[in-house]
Ligand binder design. Structure first.
Ligand SMILES: Cc1cc2nc3c(=O)[nH]c(=O)nc-3n(C[C@H](O)[C@H](O)[C@H](O)COP(=O)(O)OP(=O)(O)OC[C@H]3O[C@@H](n4cnc5c(N)ncnc54)[C@H](O)[C@@H]3O)c2cc1C
Ligand code: SF4
Ligand code: SF4
Ligand code: SF4
Length: 382
């Protein structure tokens, strides 16, 4: 299927598609819904530009030094924004500052039918579309070339996404721009869009209405014990803790990640981005005064550009310095790839042929101890 790079290594960043001067590469979905480049060999002139731009084949060593990295725990002072963000709402604060300066912001948004794709936002109210983690791979589409146009026009650009998407952007651009700011995340990995589609269809069939809103990180029961929440056109809603929900259990058990996520080339303390955002898991041990279960972001500032942006929003946020090694002790996804379960393929095959419910029941059995605990809790409640 793919000639540029071995399929299991390709992160789907779209850099090769954007760079091909003859438009002979298209991204096509495999059976799990992940996009891979496919070359139309009849129009390919073998210039090898696609290979030269691929950030996996040509992984760049960062010139940044570990001593230049600053680490913080932070959250916005705006409680409503914090509630609606995955961790401390720092993304919206930095994005708002860029838009106030006349810039534009790229990030992951839901499409009309709840797929996930990158888009460009130039109004502060529009940032709500990018707010919140979407646990599905986001399609880059033509956003690298759109970002390049804004950069060439001299407009400030904040590009956000997974570390592989940021690496793809830098490779695609091929040169430094003073008006570019990048923000990545600590990334557990991205689940299969096919699984997400099956899940949405299952939920919609249960309530008999179309989906109208999704939050993967609903904080009704707090930041640490978050839930998935779906709102439907008939005013019904679905909310479930991550330990009970079919989709979140598949995600957190690593059964449905993109193959490249099991051997991710971007796991490093030194990042290409200007700012790295994450959940500050373990905050209760590191900075207990920042631990109120409403969401605290881990903010890792990797460059002078990143430092200036965090300084610019300092009156909008509560922020405290932390030690990088202590901060990532509770967040292994910073430096380690998720391990691939031996029954991943069998699970995905069952999802494809028999659906997500059957696959969950077969491969994600609830232990007797957990069943008893849940039964006891229900009993005591009564
Ligand atoms: C797939 C995925 C895996 C993650 N894994 C971890 C992890 O292992 N450990 C950890 O601490 N944090 C992880 N995070 C990051 C964390 O969930 C928050 O995004 C981060 O703390 C920023 O939160 P916030 O409150 O500042 O902003 P929010 O408003 O919650 O985040 C919005 C930002 O997330 C980006 N985003 C949302 N969905 C996607 C997507 N599908 N692809 C690319 N970018 C996306 C948006 O573009 C925007 O930049 C993950 C996020 C995603 C999307
Ligand atoms: S070798 Fe050149 S022409 Fe062929 S697909 Fe790659 S970039 Fe396009
Ligand atoms: S450039 Fe990106 S999409 Fe193309 S082969 Fe490399 S990783 Fe895959
Ligand atoms: S784990 Fe690595 S390859 Fe997978 S989405 Fe995250 S950055 Fe990309």
């Amino acid at each position: 299927m793919i000639k540029i790079l071995e399929k299991s290594k390709c992160s789907g960043c779209h850099a090769c598609v954007g760079v091909c001067p003859y438009g002979c590469i298209t991204m096509q979905r495999d059976e799990d819904g992940f996009l891979y480049p496919v070359i139309d060999e009849s129009s390919c002139v073998d210039c090898k530009l696609c290979e030269r731009v691929c950030p996996i084949i040509n992984k760049k060593e960062s010139c940044k030094q570990i001593e230049d990295i600053s680490t913080y725990a932070a959250y916005t002072k705006d409680n409503n924004l914090r509630f609606n963000s995955s961790s401390g709402g720092i993304f919206t604060e930095i994005a708002s500052a860029v838009i106030e300066d006349g810039g534009v912001v790229f990030g992951a948004a839901f499409t009309e039918n709840f797929d996930v794709a990158h888009k460009c936002i130039d109004r502060i109210e529009g940032l709500r579309e990018l707010r919140g983690s979407k646990y599905v791979q986001s399609t880059i589409g033509n956003t690298y070339s759109l970002a390049k146009q804004y950069l060439q026009d001299g407009r400030k650009v904040l590009f956000t996404g997974t570390p592989c998407q940021i690496a793809g952007l830098y490779s695609y651009l091929g040169k430094e721009y003073d008006n570019l700011i990048t923000q990545d995340i600590i990334c557990h990995g991205v689940p299969s869009p096919m699984l997400w589609r099956k899940y949405i269809e299952l939920r919609e069939s249960k309530v008999g209405a179309r989906t109208q809103g999704v939050s993967f990180r609903h904080k009704k029961t707090g930041w640490k014990t978050f839930s998935i929440h779906l709102a439907f056109a008939n005013n019904k809603e679905y909310i479930a803790s991550i330990s009970k929900d079919y989709y979140m259990r598949g995600f957190l058990s690593n059964l449905c990640l993109r193959p490249s996520c099991y051997d991710c080339k971007f796991k490093d303390k030194i990042r290409q981005s200007d700012i790295t955002l994450a959940d500050f898991w373990g905050i209760q041990h590191v900075l207990p005064e920042m631990n109120d279960n409403k969401g605290t972001s881990l903010v890792i500032v990797n460059s002078k550009t990143g430092r200036e942006l965090i300084k610019r929003i300092s009156d909008k946020i509560t922020i405290k310095s932390a030690n990088l090694d202590e901060a990532i002790k509770h967040n292994t996804a910073m430096t380690c790839s998720a391990s691939c379960p031996s029954d991943r393929e069998a699970y995905m095959e069952t999802v494809r042929t028999k659906g997500i419910k059957r696959a969950t029941k077969k491969y994600l059995k609830v232990s007797f101890a957990l069943k008893t605990k849940r039964w006891l809790r229900r009993f005591l409640k009564k």
